[in-house]
Ligand binder design. Structure first.
Ligand SMILES: Nc1nc2c(ncn2[C@@H]2O[C@H](COP(=O)(O)OP(=O)(O)OP(=O)(O)O)[C@@H](O)[C@H]2O)c(=O)[nH]1
Ligand SMILES: C[C@H](OP(=O)(O)O)C(=O)O
Length: 211
């Protein structure tokens, strides 16, 4: 199955600004993208990066992953690639905890319903598998609610995917704690190499930067 991976390549992860400089945000966003693409390849699916600008994925196993540049807004770019006869997956690129097993739960749900949806924390949508020809995405804001309404409006049945790893997209500095705790890929390694570590106290675990 083709899986679209949208990627904001121009000014990624601006909500991490207090913690990461612009070049660091770009490097970290790329590390998360590489984790998502590696996990998709490991599950045997066909990722296509839909980016706002050209992206250098590196010269390893990811070298062959197609990158198509589409400067239109996120939902417009994705929707222009829906409506065909085959199921299409969509997976956001900022899943710092992603694993092949987590992706498998989304794909399995997509085999059981017209639309499978992986909610993100805070009301977002982090993954979909769309088999209904009339369903269209509507990202940003409380998109999980918008997507459930959109499915109902076209008569598509829905399967929600309950996955910590798919629900954890990295938007805010506090999300980095989850990557350090549960991440298994390049994104977690990037944070550690950049000097980030857990700050363990009486309350919830925080994050510190040693360098
Ligand atoms: N192709 C495309 N992808 C986008 C666009 N905006 C966001 N994305 C991607 O969609 C997913 C979720 O978007 P955000 O969490 O808002 O990512 P972001 O824009 O880098 O983060 P912020 O700057 O903090 O809003 C990520 O995979 C982004 O890379 C866009 O306009 N076009
Ligand atoms: C993709 C988008 O991400 P957000 O802009 O909410 O972080 C969404 O979840 O609808």
């Amino acid at each position: 199955m083709q899986v679209l991976v949208p990627f904001e390549a121009t000014r990624p992860k601006t909500r991490l600004d207090p913690l990461l400089a612009a070049d660091e945000r770009a490097a970290f966003a790329r590390a998360m993208l590489r984790d998502v693409l590696s996990a998709l390849l490991e599950t045997g699916h066909d990722p296509v990066v839909v980016a706002t600008a050209p992206v250098d994925l590196g010269d390893d196993v990811l070298e062959g992953v197609p990158v198509t540049v589409d400067e239109r807004p996120l939902s417009t770019a994705v929707n222009s690639r829906l409506g065909g006869t085959d199921p299409v997956g969509i997976l956001v690129s900022d899943l710092g905890l992603v694993t092949p097993r987590a992706i498998g739960s989304l794909v399995a749900a997509g085999a059981e319903a017209d639309v499978a949806v992986a909610p993100g924390r805070g009301g977002g949508t982090n993954g979909l598998v769309v088999s209904h020809p009339e369903f269209r995405v509507d990202f940003h804001g409380v998109s999980i609610r918008d997507h459930l309404n959109a499915a109902e409006s076209v008569g598509a049945d829905v399967r929600l995917v309950d996955s910590m790893r798919l629900a954890t997209d990295v938007d805010e500095p506090s999300d980095l704690v989850e990557v350090l705790l549960h991440g298994e890929g390049e994104a977690a390694a990037w944070l550690r190499a950049a000097g980030f570590e857990l700050a363990v106290g009486d309350g919830r675990v925080g994050i510190d930067r040693t360098v």
